[in-house]
Design a protein around this ligand. Structure first.
Ligand code: NAD
Ligand code: WQD
Length: 339
């Protein structure tokens, strides 16, 4: 297949591009490097031995993305490009609605013009908001979120559902990721957040490598087994396998737009993650317990039945493997791609 990957230089995108190139697909990347650099793709090329055409472009440049797709014969687009920091989205909502919605609209209009009608979209468990029962199932409606970032995901899903309803030649996978963590086992590519990490596992890894002094656990008085929040952490390579399964499914099934949860189906607490990381890395992770973080839910995890039954996909990698791979990436690249 010939596949365009938007946001392909980013964390999940770069791992997906590597897997697609290794599987023999013809892959190209479009990215504006707002949260990444070309170094990730250079490493993907090194690992795969395949040259990856890399187009530096903002998706909101509609003439640019239209020209890129026009006549190029892409069978599918995997659309990772977007801004993703929850707290920043609260402070800068227009940047998030502008980038995530306008970028997607320009992309799908360009796909329509080019006759490329197969799309895999990066959605998020955040679309379940704070009213869905746990475990989350795809049937839950209405979609909403507790923050502007999440609302861009819920709105984009709605736009894509409407698009597929109006034109049944579209085949669209809405993949709702839970908490992607870990890295490629080579240690060559991984997550490289700008500034102080917002997410738990990059924060832990930066403490372990000495870039940060200590972790703050956001609350240990939740109604959970050890008092800390539980999440559904999923290895980025399992997530990648889910994208490949979705692409194969879309090629065979004219489904319109359909959502699948990509999660393991189990919750792991913050303290369990810290312990698993310490064991995998063999280094201590000093932490203090602080107050709860506003907006955190005590527990969430996926019901991943639909992905198993329809896509034939299940996550296979456990928390120890996630931590071991994360540590290999962080310890080999203490300053991320800049180091
Ligand atoms: P990332 O920031 O590493 O990757 C996103 C990439 O998109 C970056 O390389 C960035 O430079 C690029 N980009 C952003 N806006 C662009 C634009 N207008 N034009 C071109 N390129 C643009 O993030 P990630 O963790 O790899 O996430 C990928 C996708 O998955 C995002 O849409 C994110 O919202 C979604 N998602 C991520 C998580 C997570 O926790 N990592 C969870 C659920 C969903
Ligand atoms: C995990 C747990 C924190 C940092 C976010 C987005 C979600 C999705 C995935 C994109 C929580 C605790 C964290 C720290 C801590 N992204 N924690 N100390 O909040 O589950 O999900 O990323 O779609 O939309 O909201 O992930 O990694 O921030 O937090 O104790 O320094 O770790 O309280 O319980 P979250 P997270």
């Amino acid at each position: 297949m010939k596949i365009l990957v938007t946001g392909g230089a980013g964390y999940i995108g770069s791992h997906t591009v590597l897997a697609l190139a290794e599987a023999g697909h013809d892959v190209e990347v479009v990215d504006n490097f707002v949260n990444s650099s070309a170094e990730s793709i250079r490493r993907v090329e090194k690992l795969s031995g395949v040259k990856i055409p890399l187009h530096e472009l903002d998706l909101r440049d509609e003439p640019g993305i239209t020209a890129l797709l026009d006549g190029a014969g892409f069978d599918s687009v995997i659309h990772f490009a977007g801004l993703k920091a929850v707290g920043e989205s609260v402070r800068q909502p227009l940047d998030y609605y502008g980038n995530n919605l306008e970028g997607t609209l320009a992309l799908v209009r360009a796909m329509q013009a080019a006759g490329t009608r197969q799309l895999v979209f990066s959605s998020s468990a955040t679309v379940y908001g704070d009213r869905a029962p746990v475990p989350y199932t795809e049937e839950f409606e209405p979609l909403d979120s507790t923050n502007p970032y999440g609302r861009t995901k819920a709105m984009t899903e709605q736009i894509l559902v409407d698009l597929a309803a109006a034109d049944p030649s579209w085949r669209i996978a809405l993949l709702r990721y839970f908490n992607p963590v870990g890295a490629h086992p080579s240690g060559e590519i991984g997550e490289d957040p700008n500034g102080i990490p917002n997410n738990l596992t990059p924060f832990i890894a930066q403490v372990a490598v000495g870039r940060l002094e200590s972790l703050t656990v956001f609350g240990d008085d939740y109604d959970t087994a050890d008092g800390t929040c539980e999440r559904d952490y999923i290895h980025v390579l399992d997530l990648v396998d889910g994208h490949v399964a979705a692409l194969e499914y879309l090629a065979e099934h004219p489904v319109g737009a359909r959502a699948w949860n990509l999660g393991t189906g189990t919750g792991t607490s913050v303290l369990q993650v810290i312990r698993a990381f310490e064991k995998a890395a063999g280094v201590p992770v000093p932490y203090v317990v602080g107050p709860r973080r506003a907006g955190d839910l005590p527990v969430n995890y996926a019901d991943a039945t639909r992905a198993r039954e329809e896509l034939g996909w299940v996550a296979t990698r456990g928390i120890e493997e996630m931590c071991a791979d994360l540590w290999r990436w962080q310890s080999q690249n203490p300053q991320g791609f800049k180091g």
